[in-house]
Design a protein. Sequence first.
Length: 294
Amino acid sequence: MKVGFVSLIGRPNVGKSTLMNSILGVKLAITSDKVGTTRNIINGIYNDQDSQIIFVDTPGIHKPINKLDSMLNKKSYTNTDGVDLILFLVDGSTGIGRGDKFILDKIKNEEIPVFLVINKIDKIKKEKLIKLIDDFKNMYDFKEIIPISALEKNNIEELKKVIKKYLSEQDKIFSEEELTNVSQKFIASETIREKLLELTNNEIPHTITCYTENFKEKKNIINISVLIVVERENLKKIIIGKRGSLLKEVGIRARKDLESFFGKKVFLETYVKTMKNWRDEEKLLIELGLKEDE
């Protein structure tokens, strides 16, 4: 049985979460086109007849502009420790950027095998892809270079096949029933946050957070209550929307996804508070898992 941990590293929006979701065949990690969507380290556990691969989805590494950004970057850097393989994801449609070079400089001294995974090949021509591969080859001696489209699921089977070659023979670490290291409450709150990112523009900062205060599962229904925490009163008004329209749409979209994920009917309540009316910044960072509770 081939078993091991595989870390997904890259800039924001290169498709790390989409790739993990595609491999698992279920939407575990939320996705959006906004920087800072992934905040926590999420493990996705893939099982088949001859392998167990634990994928470690990390926050996108980017130039920090605040305390939260710095902590997210630190989480990504430290989560190459103890893994068996690193997948360095890049966006093939945008070419090599300064962010890609910055990350590569950080991981090129690792003694762990590093794959270059060029995502979004469905958006580029073959000639551009060939040049991109050549350019990256001149920058680092990758163990493997694999072009994929995580969204279209192109070449995903080949990626899994090659990953297995670099894993060791051992017993499974997790049971086949385990999908992830995060809780059901976390999945509920993250689903709400994803819908907020979908339905709002840049006026809503990525520091917004959602916290599941109630999660009660019964035989045929799950009752969930999620608190949305924002920094300022004007953001609270935007999220609620005119006569509650935006918050209602968030709930409709989130409930649909949660019912699909849990396989049960979901009764969902959402409400909004400003940070000053709930918790201070330090406590918020603890809730996000970005700071240890002393």
